[in-house]
Design a protein around this ligand. Structure first.
Ligand SMILES: [Zn+2]
Length: 1070
């Protein structure tokens, strides 16, 4: 890898014909059999038919904002803000948001501590602030004054002070920055506190393509200076640290021959064989290192995610984001904003890795930036945003292009006085149906433009006609079947009683469509161990009746009438049943269970009732009873870090594979709640959920007292969340590109139709696009996602999301329009799929290679010339390396024998269904200080960087990543704080297993509990609160979430990783 040429290793994201999707990189063979991919040559659309218009279809970019009061809904709230107007849409199309002076956004920030300005940062700040070109030398340390050429290779990270033309620098120890185009350097933001500042320049910061505004220049970094053997911390997640003599020896004293390092020598031999938990790991102090002591690089000086999040919140928080501009980059997922749909789908439904596609396949290949869209088709909208309109065209159904079948949308161009329209996807000219005819106004727009959601909005729904229903019959409302493992473990732990008690309450709150009082969902109940028990809960019965099926080889449902019922009708019988179940099995000795027959029973029940629905399965052990799908323990830690490690993630085939297909065909979604005390083969057991839009929850060593509430919160959320069933989705694109890869809890029978037994509001699919022709800068690129599904009330609907992107022949446009959070979602999913087929080491190598490649390509093509020692990052991707490094340290990818195989498999599957918000939070947890917050302020205190350095002995910090939550207590925490939070005199009195805070009536306690409850409520998964004291053993678990630090199970610190990537980039550029 170290010797590869600039465009050597093709990234796995660029499929080549016949290479199975992950060319070169992730697996040569076909990806996963269950996931379709385009293996064949690109199939372009047929030649345009005669009579096709030559003029380009108008894009949404030119669409003016609709009248201030939205005609569809006078209640659209705009939070008091004006919808944004864009006087010159074309020019503004890259930066949809109003240009804002960086000073504004920085104004409120405290000036950096003087200390931070002095050393590494000095040059940059001086450069940015000085009225003239920066001349001041950096502090006189020997390292910084050495010109690069004579520096030893090890010094690559040392500050380089040569004035470079880079301008908007957010980077640490940067050379003085001066825009070549703007006279005196425009001030950058004060760099101390917010070290990475915002994009400072108002003017075109660099000499490349003219830039409309903010940050283009990239983020040059003077090369993080390394203090210690930087690679020692790099652990194993990526290819491997250079050995001693290279990177590791710090300081000028270790100088080798002048000039660039011999790359092969640096990296070659060391890559393969480094040891887990490298000896010596990361020295705690510079004193532990060889070589003369060296100034330590201020961690504040490398790009910070918390800063990026904060900057975006300052800049775009609280605003209305109007979707009327093509290729507009939305605020970050972490920013609070309100969306107003004006012709493109809300970013809550669709986000993209870049909002400016490269015009040609060659450009795409050159930069290796994946082109993908992350789609959460049923995403929840906040209350102040308008729910989607439902359009009903009666028996004729939605209007679609005759050729490509795209649905009527804002990208259809009406012509010929309104009698025909040209499709924005395939360019075919279609007749307008008579009933749909409307005159055009002087701008060529239909006069009913604002009255029809499908003409003016990015997202809306159509009522589907019978043509869109199975067997041309309207669907029945879906059903929920609760299937409870009543074997010994679950009875003994009290779980069965807990579930039964909760269901009585939960069934009162089954979801229903907005505005509909009673839920239409039918419910049914099964208990099982080695055999299955079905219950007749017909309302006419005084007592529920049980029917036992002990032949699990050929599963059938012994009763039809009375099994799936309306809860309201059968409330009394069901309540009776739920009271009885725990007692019925109280004396059981049965410890073996079946599993596949349980799911089969659910599918059979849905078949018989001609409905779709969801199975809620509560199981505590691996199915070892004699029955189809019987499993045995195949866990083998010896496989970790070998080429066979992938088998740990691969599900057992055969009956499970077949079962997934049957479930999808019937619209049977499977949710699994697992309560394991030991290995369960989650890779296999979760296979059906992961192909049916289901969720998998896991509670290790479940105890009612400490885990009960956590589980019940998950169960409530899961039962009540909005969901669609029996879904099929298709992503259409305008000519020149198309969807080729699909990642999610989905099933694909062919290369285009994404099948989901169900899709809920939290599930996201990631779709990758490839070119098959040249894209036009003028018309841009359109995509339309159409989801056909059955609502919770049993109505068949089509949900349409449209999005238009820019296209450019300039790579700088692409980099400028990238969204790091979406990129990282794509990489997370593609890597998690790749580990099914490839050694983890290879997957990690590809991640690092591709990261370096993407950044090198930016450097080569988009940044102005500068010293090779500078690390220059595109502004929109400046925190990308933190995420990639964190990704490689996640349980599935890290390759550690200390992690349980089931935990790793579970997290892998979770990631596959995640949206952009979830992967962002997972890979960069929020670490929030709570000891010094202002309890009178409503908002949450600002998070700090996820690193041990941010913890203070006297502090209290909350860390959460959407799946785990910790309250960390420093050992020197003041007693009054302990008193206020725990009602205890000191930390020593704290019980080890506490998982909730006592309800104390003081402002601090109220505030801390409010923050915790808010997060638990807000995240898709509930979280269990772990309370950890500094230096206690459980603190180790907490520390693995400090993703900027060296990984506990292997993996580099952020700083080391950045140095490593920088090195890779330099190799690519030589
Ligand atoms: Zn078409």
């Amino acid at each position: 890898m170290s010797q590869q040429g600039y465009v050597a290793a093709p990234p796995y994201s660029q499929a080549q014909p016949g290479m199975g999707g992950y060319q070169g990189g992730f697996g040569g063979g076909p990806a996963q059999p269950l996931y379709g991919h385009y293996g064949g040559p690109p199939q372009a659309f047929a030649a345009p038919p005669a009579g096709m218009m030559k003029s380009p279809v108008s894009s949404a970019a030119g669409m003016p904002p609709p009248p201030a009061s939205n005609q569809y809904n006078p209640n659209v709230q705009q939070n008091g803000a004006h919808p944004q107007r864009y006087p010159a849409p074309q020019a503004a199309s890259v930066y949809g948001q109003p240009l804002q002076s960086p000073y504004n956004s920085m104004a409120s920030m405290a000036p950096p501590p003087a200390q931070q300005l002095t050393n590494q940062m000095s040059s940059m700040n001086l450069g940015n602030y000085a009225p003239g070109p920066m001349q001041s030398p950096p502090p006189p340390t020997s390292s910084v004054q050495q010109p690069f050429q004579t520096s030893p290779p090890q010094a690559m990270g040392q500050p380089q002070m040569s004035p470079g033309p880079q301008s908007p620098h957010m980077s640490p120890q940067m050379s003085p920055q001066q825009s070549p185009m703007s006279g005196p350097p425009m001030g950058g933001p004060p760099m101390g506190g917010p070290p990475m500042g915002g994009p400072p320049m108002g003017g075109p910061p660099m000499g490349g393509p003219p830039m409309g505004g903010p940050p283009m220049g990239g983020t040059p970094m003077g090369g993080p200076q390394m203090t210690g053997p930087p690679m020692a911390g790099m652990g194993r997640p990526f290819p491997g640290p250079p050995g001693p003599g290279g990177f590791q020896q710090p300081g000028p004293g270790a100088a080798g021959p002048p000039g660039y390092p011999q790359q092969a020598g640096q990296f070659g031999g060391n890559m393969a064989g480094h040891q887990p938990g490298m000896p010596g790991a990361f020295p705690g102090a510079p004193g532990g290192m060889a070589g003369p002591p060296q100034k330590k690089l201020d961690p504040d000086s490398i790009p910070s995610i918390t800063q990026v999040i904060e900057d975006d919140q300052v800049k775009r928080g609280g605003q209305v984001y109007s979707t009327n501009i093509r290729g507009q980059i939305p605020p970050l997922v972490t920013t609070d904003f309100t969306v107003q749909d004006q012709g493109n789908a809300s970013p809550r439904f669709m986000r993209c890795t870049t909002y400016s596609l490269p015009c040609t396949a060659d450009l795409a290949k050159q930069c290796q930036v994946p082109l993908a869209s992350i789609i959460k088709p049923l995403a929840n909208l906040p209350e102040n945003e308008t729910p989607l309109y439902v359009v009903n065209h009666g028996e004729t159904g939605p209007i679609r292009c005759n050729r490509c079948k795209a649905y009527m949308c804002p990208y259809m161009q009406f012509i010929d006085g309104g009698r025909r329209y040209q499709c924005g996807f395939c360019n075919c000219v279609n007749e307008v149906p008579v009933f749909y005819f409307q005159h055009l106004d002087h701008m060529g727009r239909r006069v009913d433009f604002y009255e029809r959601p499908e003409l003016s909005l990015g997202s809306y729904e159509f009522v589907a006609t019978l043509d869109y229903c199975k067997n041309n019959k309207p669907p029945n409302p879906p059903a929920y079947i609760f299937m409870i493992d009543v074997s010994y473990n679950n009875i003994k732990s009290g779980l069965v009683k807990l579930i039964c008690d909760e269901l009585k309450n939960l069934l009162e709150h089954l979801p229903s469509e907005e505005g509909v009082e009673a839920s239409a969902i039918k419910v049914g109940f099964v208990t099982y161990n080695k055999v299955l028990h079905f219950y007749n809960v017909k309302s006419a019965l005084a007592q529920p009746q049980m029917m036992v099926v002990s032949d699990t080889a050929e599963m059938f449902v012994p009763l039809l009438d009375g099994f799936l019922v309306n809860y309201q009708d059968s409330r009394a019988v069901i309540s009776n049943l739920l009271d009885q179940i725990p007692d019925m099995f109280a004396d059981t000795n049965e410890s073996e269970t079946v599993f596949v027959p349980v799911i089969q029973a659910g599918v059979e029940a849905f078949k018989a009732a001609e409905c779709s629905g969801k199975l809620f399965i509560f199981q505590s052990s691996m199915p070892t009873a004699e029955a189809p799908g019987k499993l045995k323990n195949r866990d083998d830690k010896k496989l970790v870090n070998t080429d066979k490690e992938k088998t740990l993630f691969q599900p057992q085939k055969g009956v499970y594979e077949q079962l997934s297909k049957e479930c999808v065909a019937q619209g049977c979604c499977v949710d699994l709640f697992l309560f394991p005390n030991q290995y369960m083969d989650i890779a296999t057991m979760a296979d059906v959920p992961s192909h049916t839009g289901g969720s998998v929850y896991k509670y290790n060593n479940f105890q009612v007292e400490t885990d009960g509430e956590h589980f019940l919160r998950d169960l409530r959320k899961d039962v009540q969340k909005s969901i669609g069933f029996d879904a099929i989705m298709r992503v259409r694109t305008s000519t020149g590109f198309r969807a080729t890869e699909f990642f999610g809890a989905i099933h694909m029978n062919n290369t285009t139709d994404i099948e989901m037994a169900a899709v809920d509001c939290d599930k996201a699919l990631t779709v990758e696009f490839k070119h098959d022709d040249t894209l036009s800068e003028e018309t841009g690129a359109h995509m339309q996602c159409a989801l056909l599904y059955t609502t919770i009330n049993g109505q068949r609907r089509l949900r349409i999301h449209n999005l238009s992107l820019n296209c450019s022949s300039q790579l700088s446009e692409l980099y400028k329009s990238c969204e790091t959070d979406s990129l990282i979602n794509f990489f997370s999913k593609s890597a998690c799929r790749a580990i099914l087929n490839q050694p983890l080491k290879t997957v990690r190598e590809i991640l690092v290679n591709q990261t370096a490649h993407m950044l090198a390509c930016y450097r080569k093509n988009c940044a102005s010339p500068s010293a090779a020692s500078q690390l220059i990052l595109p502004d929109a991707m400046k925190v990308f390396p933190v995420y990639i490094n964190s990704l490689m340290k996640t349980a599935p990818l890290v390759g550690s024998t200390e992690l349980s195989t089931d935990d790793r498999a579970h997290q892998r599957l979770l990631i596959m269904g995640m949206g952009v918000e979830e992967t962002q939070l997972l890979l960069y947890p929020r670490l929030t200080p709570l000891h010094n917050m202002d309890v009178s302020i409503k908002t949450h205190p600002a998070p700090v960087r996820c690193s041990e350095e941010r913890l203070t002995d006297s502090g209290m910090f909350l860390l959460e990543n959407g799946h785990s939550m910790f309250l960390w207590l420093g050992q020197a925490i003041p007693p009054d704080l302990v008193q206020n939070i725990f009602n205890l005199p000191s930390l020593a009195h704290l019980q080890g297993n506490m998982c909730a805070l006592p309800e104390l009536d003081n402002p601090l306690s109220n505030k801390v509990r409010a923050i915790i409850n808010d997060l638990i409520e807000k995240r898709p998964n509930s979280m269990k609160l772990h309370i950890v004291r500094q230096k206690d053993k459980p603190e180790m678990v907490f520390r693995q979430f400090l993703v900027e630090d060296k990984g506990l199970h292997g993996g580099a610190s952020y700083m080391d990783f950045l140095c490593y990537v920088h090195r890779e980039i330099r190799q690519l550029l030589t």
